[in-house]
Write a protein that binds this ligand. Sequence first.
Ligand SMILES: Cc1ncc(C[n+]2csc(CCOP(=O)(O)OP(=O)(O)O)c2C)c(N)n1
Length: 663
Amino acid sequence: MNRYLDMVDGPEHVKKLTLPQLQELAGEVREELIGGLAKAGGHLGPNLGVVELTIALHRVFNSPKDKFVWDVSHQVYVHKLLTGRKDKFRTIRQTDGLNGFALRSESAHDCYGAGHAGTALSAALGMAAARDKKGTDENIVCIFGDAALTNGISFEALNNIGHTTKKFIGILNDNEWSIAKNVGAISAYLNKLITNPRYNKLARDFENFLKRLPKGELAARLAHKAGEGVKGAISEVGMRQKSEVAIDADGRGGFGNPVLFEEMGMRYLGPIDGHNLPLLISTLEFAKTCDYPIVIHILTQKGKGFDAALKYPEKFHGLGPYDAKTGETPAAKPGTAPAYQDVMGQTLVKLCQRDNRLIGITAAMPTGTGLKHLEKALPDRYYDVGIAEEHAVIFAAGMATMGLHPVVAIYSTFLQRAYDCIHHDVCLQDLPVIFCMDRSGLSANDGPTHHGLFDIAYLRCLPNVIAMAPANEDELADMMFTASHQNHPTFIRYPRGTAEGVPVKDQPKLLEIGKAEVVQNFATNGKKKAALFGLGPMNTIARKAATQLAAEGFDVAVINPRFTKPIDAGTHEFFGRSADVIVTLEDHVLMGGYGSSVLELLSEKAIATPVIRIGWPDQFIEHASSQDELRKKYGLTVENIIARVKAQFGEPEAKVTKLIDVA
Ligand SMILES: Cc1ncc(C[n+]2csc(CCOP(=O)(O)OP(=O)(O)O)c2C)c(N)n1
C-alpha cells in the first residue's frame, strides 16, 4: 500500500491531508526515521520527538515564505522528509548526500543553517526585525530545545525580543534532555512549570477552549481579538471560566504568574502535549494570529516510537549504525583501540586522584568528551555547566585564580565560541587552565559546522599559550600530565574517534615544553633528503610515507612536532638546514596553521629550503561518509605526500606505483 509519505513532495501536500491521514503520516515518518537511519546512523532520538511538531508546522505555516529556525538543527530530518528531500533521505550524513543539519544551500526550506547550539532565537529575531523593516508579513517560527536555554546567547535574544518585534513565535521543545540529562536552574525551573498544577490547568482550559470552538471560528475570533488590540488573549482563555470579559490578571496579559518568558516581554502558553497533533495545529493557528511575541512550551519525548531510544535517550541522541528492530548497536571488534575521549577521561581521573588542584569541566558533553569517567569516579571534581562554553572558560579562569588547575574539555569547534574568554580571561591573565580539545580535525559525518580545523590558527597568535598535539593516546596522557605542571594556559588538540592503539603507560611522563620528538633521523648517506613533520594523527601518515619514500631511494627523517606553540625552533632549524625539502602535515587548515608557523620560523632564520605544506585548504570542508574519503579528496594522504616530494625532486608523480603495506 502506498504511504502518505510517498505522496508528500512538499508542504503543500501536507496541507491536503486530513487529520487522520496526518496521524498516519506521523507513523510513517517514524518508520522512515528508524529504518532509514539504521545503516549509517544519525540524530534519531531528537527527530522522533518532533514528528508531530514538524507536521503541524508544515500544516499551519507556509514554508519557505514562513521561516522555521531550528536551534542546533539536528532535529530537521522530519522537515527534510516533508520538504522534497525524502528520496535522498537515506543518504543523510554520507558523501554527496543530505547534510545532517539545516543548510541554506541544500533547500529554500532551510532558511538558516546551524550545528552549534543557542543561535536560533537571535537569528529568528534578526529575521523578524528585517521583516518588520521591510513591511512584509512572513511568520518567523523559532524552535529551540530546553537545553538551548542553558546557553547565554538564547538569553541575550530573549532580552531583546519583546521590544524588537510584535510578531515572533517561539516553540520551546522540552524533552528534559540535552545530549545527557539537562542541567542547572533552568532545567529545574522548566520542570516546575511542567509539574505546576496551575499551569497545567490553564493549558487544559486553553485546550478545551480550542476544542469547543466550531471549525473556522478560531481564526475569526482570534483575529478579532488581535484587531481589538486585546493583549490578554491567552489570559482570557485561562480566565474565561470565571468571566467572559478579558481579565488581564497580572497586568501583562500573562497567565497571572510571573513566568520567565512573560517577565521578558513574551506571552507564554503551555505546557502542552507536543505529540497531540490536533492540539499542536490549533495552537499554532492561534499563535499565527497573535500580535505579540509568544512562546509555546511543548512537552515531547526524545525517541518517541522506538523503545530502545526511549530507554537510552543519550545513546540515541546521535549514533552510528543500529538494528532497526532492537536498537542494538554493533559491538566493537576485539582489539579495537580505545577512543581518544575515553583515554582523556580515564587519564583525568588518574591525574585528579593524585593532584587536588585538578577539576574537570564540560559544557554539556560528558560522554563526548569522556568526562563521564570523572563524573562517575570523582563526582565532586566534575562540573557540567550546560551548553555554555563561554561560561565554562570564565568559570575555569575564576577557579584558576584560586589556585586550582581546571581542565576544560570542549570540542575544538565549540571552543571557537569562547574565543574572547580564552583571550581576555585566561591568556591575558596567564592562568593555568588546561583545555582538552576533542574533535580537533574532521567530524566527517557532521560536516563544516563540526570540523575542528581552526584551533591552531586561533590560538597561536595569543601570548602565553602552550599548545600541543599528541601523536597517539599515550602521548595524550603525557601532555595532560605535562599541562597539569604548567602555570600558563595549555591547549591539547586530539582527533575524534579511535586512537592509534599504542599502550598507555601507567605513569605519564613530563614532556619538555616546546620540544619536538625526532622519530627517525636522516641516515646521512647523501641521498635526497626529505624531513616529514607529521603533527598529531598525521604523524602516522608521515611514518607510512617515510617507509615508502625510503624504499624509493630517499633519505627521510620523521619528526613529531608535539608543540604548535612554542614550536621547537632548534629542531625545525636543524632540519631546515639539513633537508632538501621539508614537509609539514597537519589535520588543520593551512592558513595560519602549523605549517605556516614553520614557514615563518624558517624565513626568520633566512633558511630557503622548500616547504611543502599538507593540510586543509582555505574553504569549508563538506560532510562525507568517512574521514578517509575527505582526506583522499583533499590530498592528506600517504600517496599525495609521496607525489609531492617526488615532484619536488623533479620525479614524475606517475612513478608512484604500488604502496608498501605498513602497519
Ligand atoms: C555550542 C554547542 N555546544 C555543544 C553542542 C553539542 N550539542 C548538540 S545537540 C545538544 C543538545 C541539544 O539539546 P536540546 O536543544 O534540548 O535538543 P534535543 O536534542 O533535546 O531535542 C548539544 C549539547 C552544540 N551543538 N553546540
